[in-house]
Ligand binder design. Structure first.
Ligand code: UD1
Ligand code: CA
Length: 451
């Protein structure tokens, strides 16, 4: 069955107190909008229409960054959820199939829940996603009669009896495209808020002899974000789930509550993640690796048996082969380290390739940036880069070559060669002792004069 998505994302998000549109605030390294789009991805929507208002250009860029086929329609004035859905009518005029309406500020709806909704369309013309609320507060209430959903009443418009209902509206709704837009066109704004309520389509459907039903999900899935505090709570909820899932998959977390995952972090079985590790977006760690304490990884791939940290930083494009060691205060950016290569202390490797089994000494720096351009450093296999080597890129060091400690490498080093690029040392016998004596007597003189 062909499906289309409408994602409502025009709201101002006043309570965020932000210049940034609400749906672009991030949880686990991705904007809320991407989470909403991701929850519907397994439905393989043929069309995605995002209804934007405030900050529509930025919202549009973000939507297309996730899926370049996403269309964005503008809702100039936010006159209600029903009015918002109506803005997608033209964009979907040529679409035949199911339409699922989601909110852009509701990141945790599970794909399985949406799949169940689409399936439930076999039983009813309209399917609404509800949940049993621990504290129903101001949510819309679902008025049901057995399996039949009769209508949805907004809190503001509800009687005391209706307010006692705990089955609430999540806002997610699914219907055939034609039926949905027909119903939405009939929605009026004669209610306590003066808004066009999408929720009114349920009662309108009943009047037309169409059926509606509700399926339910866990309340946690329907968590919507309206404030910074709710954003933080959503992050907490995401992290708790990600940690539990990682452990379930066979990853050891030494102190789970101190490890931070991104929406797309993948960690293999029997990998050990120590305390206070942060995974930014785009990280894959294979099985049996060890990520030691206080490391920060982003856009990196760590292979089997590699050891990272403590206090290491892997930036985008860091590619570590099996058994690679990257130690404390080492930063790797857009660089590949082949099998068994080691950079254990105080090093920057950027725009570089390090061959298998090569040892990078403490304090080595690839000087990759001339202020305007970036340049590459190529280091061969089984090479030995002496401590405090500056590799002024573009430069190549051959297989089994060596650089002397403190060398500034400005020309390629042939394979098997030793490069020494530093001033030759000269010893001046007794010089230090004579100089100290001179300095000490000068200090004593000055102290005497001061008295
Ligand atoms: C809505 C539902 C309510 C449900 C609740 C769940 C209606 C009338 N009410 O209420 O039954 O329990 O969500 O959270 O639908 N939006 C637009 N354009 C608009 C208005 C809203 O894009 O003109 C977007 C908002 O940005 C938001 C979503 O739609 O993402 C929901 O709007 P909101 O005003 O928060 O609805 P609620 O009053 O919370
Ligand atoms: Ca809301």
């Amino acid at each position: 069955m062909a499906t289309a998505l409408i994602i409502l994302a025009a709201g101002m998000g006043t309570r965020m107190n932000s210049d940034r549109p609400k749906v672009l605030h991030e949880v686990a390294g991705a904007p809320l909008l991407h989470h909403a789009m991701a929850s519907a991805a397994p439905l393989e929507p043929e069309r995605i229409v995002v209804v934007a208002g405030h900050g529509s250009e930025a919202v549009s860029r973000a939507a297309r960054a996730y899926d370049e086929t996403a269309e964005v329609v503008l809702q100039e004035e936010q006159l209600g959820t029903g009015h918002a859905v109506a803005q997608a009518r033209e964009a979907l005029a040529d679409f035949d199939g199911e339409v699922v309406v989601l909110y852009g500020d509701t990141p945790f709806i599970r794909p399985e829940t949406l799949e169940a909704m689409v399936e439930a369309r076999a039983q009813a013309d309209l399917v609404v996603l509800g949940f049993e609320a621990a504290d129903p507060g101001r949510y819309g209430r679902l008025v049901t009669q057995g399996a039949r959903l009769e209508r949805i009443v907004e809190f503001k418009d509800a009687t005391d009896e209706e307010r006692a209902i705990t089955l609430c509206n999540s806002g997610v709704i699914c219907a055939d495209r034609e039926a949905l837009f027909e119903l939405v066109a009939e929605v009026g704004n004669d209610n306590a808020s003066g808004e066009y309520y999408l929720t009114d389509v349920v009662a309108l459907a009943a009047a037309k002899g169409l059926s509606a039903t509700a399926i339910t999900c866990d309340e946690a899935e329907t968590l919507g974000i309206n404030s910074r505090a709710e954003l933080a709570a959503a992050e907490t909820a995401f992290q708790a789930r990600a940690r539990a899932e990682a452990m379930e998959m066979g990853v050891t977390l030494a102190a789970p509550e101190t490890v931070w995952f991104s929406y797309d972090t993948a960690v293999g079985r029997d990998t050990i993640v120590e305390q206070n590790v942060i995974f930014g977006p785009g990280v894959t760690v294979e099985s049996g690796a060890r990520i030691r304490a206080f490391s920060h990884l982003e856009g990196a791939h760590v292979s089997r048996g590699a050891i990272v940290g403590p206090y290491a930083r892997l930036r985008p494009g860091a590619e570590l082969a099996e058994e690679v060691h990257v130690g404390n205060f080492v930063e790797v950016k857009n660089a590949t380290l082949d099998e068994g290569a080691k950079a254990n202390h105080l090093t920057y490797l950027g725009d570089a390739h390090v061959g298998a089994g090569t040892n990078i000494g403490a304090g080595t720096i690839t000087c990759n940036y001339d202020g305007v351009f970036k340049h590459r450093t190529e280091i061969g296999a089984r090479a030995f880069i002496g401590s405090n080597t500056m590799l002024v890129a573009p430069v190549k060091v051959g297989d089994e070559a060596m650089t002397a400690t403190g060398t500034v490498v400005t020309a390629d080093v042939p394979e098997g060669a030793l490069a020494v690029g530093r001033a030759r040392q000269e010893n001046k016998p007794g010089f230090a002792r004579r100089m100290f004596e001179k300095l000490k007597s000068r200090k004593a003189r000055q102290q005497k004069e001061a008295v």
